[in-house]
Design a protein around this ligand. Sequence first.
Ligand SMILES: [Zn+2]
Length: 155
Amino acid sequence: MGDGRYIKHMAFAVKDAKAAVKTYQDFLGVATNVKIDDFPKSRNRVAQFWVGDVEYQLCQSLDDDGRFAKWIKERGYEGLHHICYAVPNIDEALADAQAKGATLKECSACKVKGSHVHPEGWVAFLEQEAGGIEIEMMQVYTAEELEQYKKVKGI
Ligand SMILES: [Zn+2]
């Protein structure tokens, strides 16, 4: 967008992350050694890979009432669940959006509304969708901020 914003990741709700990634490998040249991790806190299994500069996350709930399972159940199909936009300053980006009527949505993993720490940066979600797609914003940590996050978390 020329103002320091870019797509950090696109997250897709899928029923089976391992099965879903195969299409990308067979048809789109995605490497066969894609990282598929289980996240105990959010109860998700995520296949993560890049197409060009864009990070894809194929997200499978590990529980029937999980965030992505519920999304699929409500709509009846798998699909693009949210886009995470990297912003230069999340407090400013949220203030701008809120001044125009945006409201904050609770992070389903952390049960927190508004900007809060995640492994890669400060994130926040909006109640409003853009073209039917949930909006996540992230101020990605600098190298120093990432070190600080790891120190606080003991990792
Ligand atoms: Zn969170």
